[in-house]
Design a protein around this ligand. Structure first.
Ligand SMILES: Cc1ncc(COP(=O)(O)O)c(C=O)c1O
Length: 402
């Protein structure tokens, strides 16, 4: 795709202006790309999706095992996760190790194939699953490991892959928050058997709704590509007679449209600048909060891990841990948008609690992050020069709430 210098997304936010937690970074490049598709007549099954898949694969680079990344655009990250478990043939009686500290989509995808999610607690410093915790959750029924790179902090994938290899388990990486996250130079999603990305509006890049299934195995990507489009045996381009195809197996309609793919390509054209802004914003915020008592910041603690800074998560300790509601309210009143990742560890959500039971304290680190964490904004919608304001407002909010 032709690279263009993007116009600025918006004037810098100064003084008392609102700073949203996240805002899609949409410019005339995106508007022109979507209008360009509308000026034509191909709205699905077209060249934009193909190009987006190829460009995303080029951005990801080389998998841990060598070779190339193979990408299949999907209607969401959850769709990509569902396709992964369907393709790997998981079903009743199978167990998948799932981090407690994640979005409910990570576990729902396992439930939809009628397998059982077996939840594991996270590392308190990163919010991530570790090889040790995976080992502790293994049973004779374990068939797969679901890994989430929490808030862009990459998991130690070589260690997790070692367990998977020993036990011959599928590994599905949930990369919903991990565009740009790398471990030892390899992009998240390219260690396991499948990687699933999200392009929901608050994510690193957006297509409105949308996702990408990624695999280092070409055959897996090809099969998933068919599964994503009703299970038909040939694409539009492969049909010698229009409308003629056969259906060798079941499938779904989890496709991305051409409009969304065009939007994604425009976003991808600016992803390096986007990640750079996030990195700088995160650094200023982290340094500014480093001396605030009873506040700790989640980040990678391994020189091989490259965080992609989805947001900056603070976890409140000591007396502050009881004051999250007040601090969030004070921050919001001061114009700083926040979010919570996630409102509950998944096993404590009503559906899972009722189905599998739950005893308080069984996922103590995930509970701590869910109950005492505040996600602060670092996205490209904020000028780095404005980040000290978030530090000041945070300190003031803490003082007010104490
Ligand atoms: C870790 C994780 N996985 C999956 C999803 C679902 O993504 P999507 O909305 O693209 O299905 C989310 C959404 O925030 C997420 O945070």
């Amino acid at each position: 795709m032709k690279q263009q210098v993007p116009p600025r997304c918006s004037p810098p936010r100064r003084g008392g202006e609102q700073i949203p937690f996240a805002r899609p970074w949409i410019t005339d490049v995106e508007r022109d790309a979507v209008l360009g598709v509308l000026k034509g007549h191909i709205l699905t099954h077209g060249p934009q999706c193909k190009a987006f898949e190829a460009e995303f694969a080029a951005f990801l680079g080389v998998p841990a095992s060598g070779g190339a990344a193979h990408c299949v655009s999907t209607s969401s990250c959850m769709a990509a996760l569902h396709l992964a478990y369907l393709h790997f043939g998981l079903g009743p009686g199978d167990e998948v190790i799932v981090p407690a500290q994640t979005h409910t989509a990570t576990a729902h995808a396992v439930e939809w194939v009628r397998a059982r999610p077996v939840f594991a607690d996270c590392d308190p410093k990163t919010g991530n699953l570790t090889a040790k915790r995976v080992e502790a959750a293994l049973t004779s029924k374990t068939k797969a490991i679901s890994v989430v790179h929490f808030l862009g902090i990459p998991c130690d994938m070589p260690a997790i892959m070692e367990v998977a290899r020993r036990r011959r388990l599928w590994v599905v990486e949930d990369c919903a928050l991990a565009v740009g996250s790398r471990f030892d130079g390899v992009h998240a999603g390219l260690f396991g058997d499948a990687g699933c990305f999200s392009f929901y509006p608050v994510k690193h890049i957006t297509t409105g709704e949308g996702g990408m299934f990624v695999s280092r195995h070409e055959g897996v990507a090809q099969a998933v590509s068919r599964l994503r489009a009703f299970g038909v045996d040939r694409t539009h381009a492969e049909r010698s007679v229009p409308g003629m195809y056969d259906v060798p197996g079941l499938g779904l309609n989890y496709r991305l449209s051409e409009l969304q793919a065009a939007l994604g390509r425009a976003q991808l054209g600016r992803v390096t600048e986007n990640l750079d802004r996030r990195r700088k914003n995160f650094a200023v915020l982290k340094a500014g909060l480093s001396k605030v008592k009873d506040v700790r910041v989640l980040d990678s603690h391994d020189a091989r891990a490259k965080n992609s800074h989805y947001c900056l998560e603070v976890v409140l300790e000591g007396p502050l841990s009881k004051r999250r509601g007040e601090i969030v309210a004070a921050l919001n009143a001061r114009g700083v948008g926040t979010s919570i990742y996630y409102p509950q560890p998944v096993p404590r959500m009503a559906y899972y609690r009722k189905k599998y039971g739950y005893s308080p304290g069984s996922f103590q680190h995930a509970e701590k992050i869910s109950d005492c964490g505040i996600a602060l904004p670092v996205g490209p919608h904020i000028e780095t020069g404005d980040m000290p304001r978030i530090v000041d407002e945070f300190k003031a909010a803490v003082k007010e709430a104490s």
